[in-house]
Ligand binder design. Structure first.
Ligand SMILES: NC(=O)C1=CN([C@@H]2O[C@H](COP(=O)(O)OP(=O)(O)OC[C@H]3O[C@@H](n4cnc5c(N)ncnc54)[C@H](O)[C@@H]3O)[C@@H](O)[C@H]2O)[C@@H](O)CC1
Ligand SMILES: Nc1ncnc2c1ncn2[C@@H]1O[C@H](COP(=O)(O)OP(=O)(O)O)[C@@H](O)[C@H]1O
Ligand SMILES: [Mg+2]
Length: 282
């Protein structure tokens, strides 16, 4: 087990080559946001854009179109209920994020199934929020999951649902056992988030605090992870994930110096500055 240190930042967030364009910084597809939880997928999408993902498309409910374009006009939109558009967008994406605000009804389940069936092992899939809760109820997806090797980002209750390990008895030994069965990365979110990597290593975060306990905080983290993976894809995969998780809480910690609570959107607004201040060489 190792503690994620600040020095990871300038190893991962490097200077961009002059000869580059948006195509070099990854295509992200975010999928979620039903009529009740539109804000979740908009925050995730906005976080990915603010991290510097080259092209970001949001597959969401039509109800969210106006808000999405008002808040983050850089993002493109598709109606997540169109199978044709969704499959086409999945095929084009480098990084996919499903779950923030997806909900758990039959429409949500259908969308999750389309995503799992059409994602290849060459792409990186992040599974968050409602998508984790749905998979917990549908173990028939496990064979597909084991082929895709996704990144799960559960909080402790979502991890209990998925793994069957009660929150009170979750520990590194039990968590690793189930994570290895899933053949996936697991980012277990809590005070001092723990990351179980596919290579068997475990990273722990020692920053962050209760000033982060606001709805949308995990949706924003998922978007940051997508944005980091999209553009730093040539770097060591485990380190990119650690750097993204560190960045999210480090910004929150900075802001908590003069804010009692830090909002997810406060973090999003500081990502560009924070990345510039903590970027390193080539
Ligand atoms: N503005 C929005 O649209 C928001 C939408 N959200 C979406 O709402 C859906 C349901 O997610 P929720 O997480 O709210 O609901 P869940 O029912 O999945 O989980 C919340 C429950 O888990 C418990 N819990 C135990 N340990 C926890 C831990 N370490 N961290 C967090 N909760 C813990 C909480 O007490 C709470 O009762 C997701 O799709 C999510 O993305 C939420 O992110 C809230 C904001
Ligand atoms: N007390 C705390 N200490 C450290 N981090 C916290 C604390 N409370 C919440 N967080 C962080 O906030 C995020 C919450 O994620 P999640 O529960 O999925 O939020 P949401 O689904 O509402 O977006 C996680 O990254 C978690 O680690
Ligand atoms: Mg969440």
């Amino acid at each position: 087990m190792h503690i994620i240190e600040k020095k990871i930042l300038n190893q991962i967030i490097t200077t961009r080559p002059l000869e580059s364009h948006k195509g070099n910084f990854g295509r992200v597809l975010t999928i979620g946001g039903n009529i009740q939880f539109g804000g979740a997928i908009i925050m995730a999408t906005s976080a990915a854009v603010h991290c510097g993902a080259g092209l970001v498309t949001c597959a969401t409910s039509m109800n969210n179109l106006t808000s999405l374009h008002t808040i983050v006009p850089e993002a493109m939109y598709i109606d997540y209920q169109s199978d044709f558009l969704l499959i086409d967008a999945i095929t084009r994406a480098d990084i996919l994020l499903i779950g923030p605000g997806l909900g758990t009804d039959t429409t949500s389940l259908q969308i999750l199934q389309t995503v799992l069936q059409n994602t290849s092992s060459q792409q990186l899939l992040i599974i968050d929020g409602s998508a984790i809760s749905l998979i917990s109820l549908h173990h028939e997806f496990f064979p597909l999951i084991k082929k895709i090797h996704p990144i799960f980002t559960p909080h402790q209750m979502e991890w209990e649902r998925l793994s069957g390990i009660k929150i009170s008895v979750q520990d590194d030994v039990k968590n690793t056992l189930f994570q290895q069965q899933l053949q996936s990365t697991v980012i277990l979110k809590k005070h001092h988030t723990t990351i179980y990597h596919r290579d068997g290593s475990i990273s722990k975060l020692q920053i962050g605090g209760p000033f982060m306990a606001t709805g949308g905080m995990g949706d924003t983290l998922a978007g940051i992870i997508a944005g980091f993976l999209a553009q730093f894809k040539l770097k060591h995969y485990e380190h990119v994930i650690d750097a993204a998780v560190y960045t999210h809480s480090a910004i929150a910690k900075e802001l908590s110096n003069n804010k009692y609570v830090v909002l997810p959107t406060d973090i999003i607004n500081e990502i560009q500055r924070f990345m510039q201040e903590n970027s390193g060489g080539i």
